[in-house]
Design a protein around this ligand. Structure first.
Ligand SMILES: NC(=O)c1ccc[n+]([C@@H]2O[C@H](COP(=O)([O-])OP(=O)(O)OC[C@H]3O[C@@H](n4cnc5c(N)ncnc54)[C@H](O)[C@@H]3O)[C@@H](O)[C@H]2O)c1
Ligand SMILES: [Zn+2]
Length: 361
């Protein structure tokens, strides 16, 4: 088992290991002083992981009750949070309770948000079960739900007491969702670690066949990088924005396609565009776009825009993103593979050119 520390105001550890969930009953008392556990999960993960987990917890004398909702982004709403809270109140969960978030990023965001406001806050731990959640969303304490007006518009910063990453549970994850998580790993490599990028280039095939050793390595490295970034900048005042590499255009693409594309797929296209922009603006000191494109293609991720999408519409969605950043569009660009820089307000003409010239798929 490997251990990483996140140095936020209230520090916590990330444990990574194959099969480590079987040790959960022994380990939980180190970080939680209660034995009343609400296991929040979605209906798919409930059958695959959560029922078994509840059973071993109950065997060891915990009270472990499962509260589930339908799988998918459509459940990431305030209505789900309210429903779960009502169910927990009726089941008698008081302030001496804790929440276990067992699932992908949707479960983690919903359960973390719920824990942060339930009876003014109860402790929670993250038990991520998708690759995306294991390398990204379970670490860093961003929680939240969507509104019809946009994604993640309600939420809190609320750090978990511990993150338990058992990559054994990934064996049932559909390949498309494995790739979805790999896109975020490429992000860490491209922006922050040449070694990680190299590893992905060398081990792409092993990763796509769910090789546990290769998975452990990329999960550990991704969490190490994210933990480092979050420790410097818990509230996203500066450095943490590096994690948005590929996301500015990625988010625009997701919105333009009505979220009918996986997040990682949109980010893959966004990373290629950001790399091309880095070259077009002359900030890249080595060719970065072709390297990214080759790696992402080998991982089975898209690197171009859908044929019927007007690149111009993406510019409109970018303008919406701009509001979030004090009226300025800050993009993460690449100096080289493994080395990023922040770039303010890239010229619209250049952006337009890059989007127009992206391959069509
Ligand atoms: N909080 C953050 O910092 C942060 C960061 C990145 C993304 N996110 C959020 O994460 C969400 C996306 O997360 P996601 O991609 O994990 O989506 P998800 O939670 O919807 O999971 C994807 C699908 O995989 C299924 N699944 C989960 N574990 C499985 C397993 N072990 N075997 C088989 N199927 C399994 C789920 O039921 C679901 O159908 C988005 O809402 C996004 O906004 C949050
Ligand atoms: Zn992302």
């Amino acid at each position: 088992m490997k251990v990483l520390r996140v140095e936020t105001a209230e520090p916590y550890e990330i444990l990574i290991g194959g099969g480590l969930l079987t040790d959960l009953p022994e380990d939980l008392p180190r970080v939680l002083s209660t034995r009343n556990l609400a296991l929040i999960t979605d209906e798919t993960v409930r059958d695959l992981v959560t029922e078994d987990l509840a059973r071993i917890l109950i065997e060891k004398g915990f009270r472990a009750e499962i509260f589930s909702f339908p799988a998918g982004e459509a459940s990431k709403t305030m209505e789900t949070v309210v429903q779960l809270a009502q169910d927990m109140v009726r089941a008698g969960f008081d302030r001496r309770s804790a929440v276990l978030a067992v699932g992908g990023g949707v479960v983690g965001d919903v359960a973390g948000f719920l824990a942060s406001i339930y009876l003014r806050g109860v402790p929670y731990v993250q038990i991520p079960t998708t690759l995306l959640a294991q390398v990204d969303s379970s670490v860093g304490g961003k929680t939240g739900v969507d509104l019809p007006e946009g994604k993640n518009l309600l939420g809190t910063f609320y750090q978990p007491r511990r993150v338990y990453i058992d990559y054994g549970v990934l064996s049932t994850l559909p390949l498309a969702h494995l790739r979805n998580g790999l896109a975020e790993v490429v992000k860490y490599g491209a922006a922050l670690s040449r070694e990680l990028f190299k590893f992905l280039e060398l081990q792409a095939e092993r990763l796509l066949s769910y090789d546990p050793e290769a998975l452990e390595h990329i999960i550990y490295e991704s969490c190490r990088l994210k933990a480092w970034v979050v420790s410097q900048d818990e509230r996203e005042a500066g450095l943490r924005r590096v994690l948005n590499f590929g996301h500015t255009l990625g988010h625009a693409l997701e919105a333009a396609l009505n979220y009918e594309i996986l997040h990682g797929e949109a980010v893959a296209v966004g990373m290629v565009a950001a790399a091309r922009l880095s070259e077009a603006l002359g900030v890249a000191e080595e060719p970065v776009a072709e390297k990214l494109k080759t790696l992402l293609s080998r991982l089975g991720l898209p690197v171009g825009l859908p044929n019927d999408l007007d690149p111009e519409s993406l510019l409109g969605f970018l303008a919406a993103d701009k509001k979030v950043w004090h009226g300025r569009l800050t993009m993460v660009l690449l100096r080289r593979i493994g080395e990023f820089l922040f770039f303010q307000d890239p010229p619209k003409e250049k952006l337009r050119e890059i989007l127009r010239d992206l391959p069509k798929v």
